[in-house]
Design a protein around this ligand. Structure first.
Ligand SMILES: [Fe+2]
Ligand SMILES: [Fe+2]
Length: 226
């Protein structure tokens, strides 16, 4: 896996080379070590663990992304995605009658509501304004609505019943699909229209907005699915 300190490749193209071409040969590119990637992931998992320290996390491998560990907004978003992957896994592994399941579900919903709202305000609002990346932004925001509806539906059902976990599994599938697409497609399209300064500034906006959005997040239980 490769990373570049300059997120906008037109400022770091080799002499005579075209921006964006032959990325692998640029001298400032360095390989992300497996150890670093593992550390970034385990830092994110540790945040999830604080909610239920004894609950196991079984994630297996995660899709690779060049954005993990990035110092600007995309790295911060992937950090949250890893935290969410851990929370989904912990809920699935929890006993259906244990208080941990309820605590973890509440944390997951508040986390994702805060993350999605802040992501829309810090990133997608700008990405939508660029004609080249409007489709990418629109796709991500539309999926946020679907995910929100599924959480409202889950919140309206009894999590101690066996069928709840099956429904939860559907929401997990949708969310994992959403974040994989963000990391592998929509962030890539977005990066093409954003300067490095934009991306750094967006990180600070995201961090501030996420704190506020998560604090005011509310789940309104509502059956929406058959
Ligand atoms: Fe995201
Ligand atoms: Fe998202």
């Amino acid at each position: 896996m490769l990373e570049c300190g300059n997120l906008r490749h037109d400022v770091c193209a080799p002499p005579g080379g075209s921006p964006g071409a032959q990325v692998v040969n640029w001298p400032h590119m360095k390989k992300k070590s497996k150890a670093k990637t593992a550390r970034w992931k385990s830092d994110a998992f540790a945040k999830a663990k604080k909610i239920a320290p004894r609950q196991a996390i079984h994630i297996g491998s995660t899709p690779s992304t060049r954005f993990r560990g990035d110092a600007a907004i995309f790295g911060r978003l992937v950090e949250d995605h890893d935290r969410h992957r851990a929370l989904f896994s912990m809920i699935e592994a929890s006993e259906r009658t244990s208080p941990d399941r309820a605590k973890l579900f509440r944390e997951l919903v508040h986390e994702i509501k805060g993350h999605a709202a802040a992501e829309e305000q810090a990133l997608w609002s700008t990405v939508l304004r660029h004609p080249e990346s409007t489709d990418a932004g629109r796709h991500a925001v539309a999926e946020h609505k679907k995910i929100d509806d599924q959480f409202a539906d889950l919140a309206a059902r009894n999590m101690k019943l066996r069928g709840w976990l099956r429904r939860f599994g559907e929401t997990k599938k949708l969310y994992l699909h959403h974040i994989r697409e963000e990391e592998q497609e929509q962030f890539v399209e977005s990066q093409k229209v954003l300067t490095l300064a934009d991306q750094r500034y967006m990180r600070s906006v995201f961090v501030r907005r996420k704190r506020e959005e998560k604090a005011k997040a509310r789940v309104t239980p509502k059956i929406k699915l058959k």
